[in-house]
Design a protein around this ligand. Structure first.
Ligand SMILES: [Zn+2]
Length: 226
């Protein structure tokens, strides 16, 4: 299989299961981030944090399911404050931007690469708490804010960074999303409009024509964020 399969989440051959042998479910990540990630977790542990993953690799098909569910009203689409958005009041391109605030276009998710993960501090989480991944958990007095404040200083030591750390008008700020830069920046460069168009053509993606009309802007605002 070609590199386009890795870039667009269409293969698992670059991945390894971080939770192999553990009771919890599989957690697939790129095999080359295991060493730096383990180092980061060990450093976090030495400072009292239990840095865990709640999301690693996500496939093209999974992302396609989420995309179509949101655009067809089967899943809620919300604004920055968590309020429900009525898609009927928006143009097709506005609908796409509303979805992309929180959900990537299939083929263009950084989670396809296995280099990007969503994390939390299990040591700070009550046993009966349902993890949500919302700003209130990671900012201010949020339960995971101390670990993220620590990460602000330490993240780069192992080669990680936050691609969505600040709001540039594309994806909402996601402090819980970190990326292994040496690999991710190579993938980001490889994911061109041509690659994306080739992968999306012929799929069941809702609003495909509108997406194809805006591919360059989508890449610039939502993927090439560094
Ligand atoms: Zn993420």
């Amino acid at each position: 299989m070609s590199d386009i399969d890795i870039l667009t989440g269409s293969t698992e051959r670059h991945l390894t299961d971080l939770h192999s042998g553990q009771a919890e479910g599989a957690m697939l990540v790129h095999q080359d981030i295991v060493v730096p990630l383990t180092e980061l977790q060990q450093n976090a542990a030495a400072s009292g944090f239990d840095l865990r993953l709640c999301s690693g690799f996500r496939s093209f098909d999974r992302q396609l399911h989420i995309w179509n569910a949101k655009l067809s009203g089967l899943r809620p689409v919300v604004d920055d404050r968590g309020a429900l958005i009525n898609l009927d009041l928006l143009s097709p391109w506005q609908q796409i931007q509303a979805v992309m605030r929180w959900s990537a276009l299939p083929g263009a998710s950084r989670h396809h690469w296995g280099t990007d993960i969503d994390i939390y501090d299990r040591a700070a989480m009550p046993a009966d708490y349902q993890l949500q991944l919302i700003p209130a958990e990671v900012e201010g007095q949020g339960m995971f804010a101390p670990m993220h404040d620590w990460l602000d200083e330490k993240l780069a030591d192992q080669g990680f960074y936050r691609p969505y750390g600040t709001d540039t008008g594309g994806v909402a700020p996601e402090r819980w999303h970190i990326s292994y830069r040496p690999l991710a920046q190579t993938f980001a460069q490889g994911l061109t409009a041509e690659v994306l168009e080739q992968r999306l053509q012929g799929t069941e993606l809702l609003l495909l024509d509108v997406v194809l009309d805006h591919l360059d802007e989508i890449l610039q605002r939502y993927i090439q964020v560094d």
